[in-house]
Design a protein around this ligand. Structure first.
Ligand SMILES: *Cc1c(COP(=O)(O)O)cnc(C)c1O
Length: 419
């Protein structure tokens, strides 16, 4: 459920007409709904609470905007971060250090030290050597680093290959059958408080079965670790719950997910951590763009819009689907392609799409753009960096300004010898 609805013939974000934001901020522009973000955060928290002691850390790579993070911090969510930059964002947004989890396959020594100095709540270790280095850095500081081992359960998440992370051939996690031996070697290190395991098998999962299979494998590992005398008090179940990108799609609901988790983990007796990203943010945002031209095509017309793959990369990278809708639908439809101005054939948002009929100057939205949208934007083709707006009721604020091509150019220099 979201809060982007037609009122008086025009698409609104909550009570704000999208045409007003387009006129005042310009296009393309991302627009997020506070009520939708709040609702998603509350529904998810409540759903997983069925499973006992739980904590929720928003995977901030899905939407790292400071305004969005502050809103989610106010809802009691922590942050799952994958870089020092994200860690600093989470803190800047007002998240407590103890509510921050540090994931990622390539943390630098400086990033590990930053996490220790800030006193974050958990490090998710990706390899044995990382645990050794973290233990040494912690010991130097007279600290014990709270850590869990990320295991790779070797299950096929059944999602797009580029967002699958839990197969043995993926770069993420440790082979689950080696976890016990690695625990044996890392647990005695004085700088480490090794207290459990983590997993994350992929994103946009439309089926709970692979998750349940992975959780069952982790359940066996917990028993094996405890039998070997290890302490297992924390398990991080990652993110991955899919959302509806296409009207009529029915991915598992957070409530169904929570019920499955409760079933799969009922005799674990641990604190569970969750790292949802997409399910919180995706349907809380749209990308608003203006139709520049309607160009005749061989089979269908090309609706050329002022947003492009540099603003929203998901279609080009993952063959993703985003619903397209007119901000002021006339009631008429046509079949068209929707594309941006970037000089790449992959800069196409929709092909042979039955959509609201639009003409030059009309506004359209790409829906479900609140996760993995603005955060993946670039300035390719020397385009401006896309701005972001947060709506709450009848007001809105620009939460990220448009960064002009000239400003990006200011960071570049022609070397003296060429002048
Ligand atoms: C990307 C990621 C997430 C979030 O995934 P979603 O599918 O957006 O829920 C959670 N945990 C880790 C380790 C990730 O890399």
């Amino acid at each position: 459920m979201d809060h982007f609805n037609i009122t008086g013939g025009e698409l609104h974000a909550e009570e704000v007409p999208l045409s007003r934001i387009a006129a005042e901020v310009g296009t393309p522009v991302y627009v997020y709904s506070t009520a939708t973000l709040q609702r998603h955060a509350r529904v998810f928290k409540e759903a997983v609470a069925q499973a006992g002691r739980t904590r929720v850390a928003f995977a901030i790579k899905a939407n790292p905007n400071l305004g969005v993070l502050r809103l989610l911090a106010n809802e009691g969510l922590g942050a799952d971060v994958v870089s020092g930059g994200e860690l600093k964002r989470a803190l800047a947004a007002g998240m407590k250090a103890e509510d921050i989890v540090f994931s990622g396959v390539g943390k630098t020594r400086a990033e590990l030290a930053l996490g220790l100095d800030e006193g974050i709540g958990q490090f998710n270790l990706e390899l044995e050597e990382e645990g050794v280095v973290l233990a040494a850095l912690a010991a130097e500081r007279g600290k014990r680093a709270p850590a869990v081992l990320r295991v790779n359960p070797d299950v096929d998440a059944g999602t797009h290959a580029k967002i699958s992370t839990g197969k043995a051939e993926n770069k993420f996690g440790l082979p689950i059958d080696q976890a016990r031996a690695i625990f044996d070697r890392l647990a005695p290190l004085p700088g480490l408080d090794l207290r459990g395991v983590a997993l994350h098998i992929g994103s946009q999962l439309k089926d709970l079965a692979p998750l349940e299979a992975a959780f069952d494998r982790v359940g066996l590992l917990i028993r094996e670790l405890r039998a070997a005398g290890h302490k297992v008090t924390h398990v991080d179940l990652g993110g991955g719950l899919g959302v509806s990108y296409r009207e009529g799609e029915t991915p598992p609901s957070p409530a169904e997910y929570g019920a499955m988790v409760a079933r799969a983990t009922k005799d674990w007796d641990v604190e569970l951590m969750f790292e949802p990203g997409r399910v919180i943010a995706a349907n809380a945002g749209v990308l608003v763009t203006e139709v520049l031209w309607v160009k005749p095509g061989v089979t269908h017309p090309w609706v050329i819009v002022d947003a492009a793959m540099n603003d929203l990369a998901r279609v080009a990278i993952y063959d993703a689907w985003h619903d397209v809708a007119a901000v002021r639908p006339s009631g008429e439809t046509f079949t068209a392609n929707v594309a941006g101005p970037v000089c790449e054939s992959s800069d196409v948002f929709a092909k042979a799409r039955v959509m609201d009929k639009v003409a030059q100057g009309d506004l359209i939205v790409l829906r479900s753009a609140g996760a993995y949208g603005a955060t993946m934007a670039s300035t390719y083709n020397s385009r401006a960096l896309v701005p972001e707006v947060l709506v709450s009721g009848d007001r809105y604020a620009i939460v990220a300004s448009r960064i002009a091509a000239e400003t990006i150019m200011d960071a570049e220099q022609v070397p003296d010898w060429l002048k």
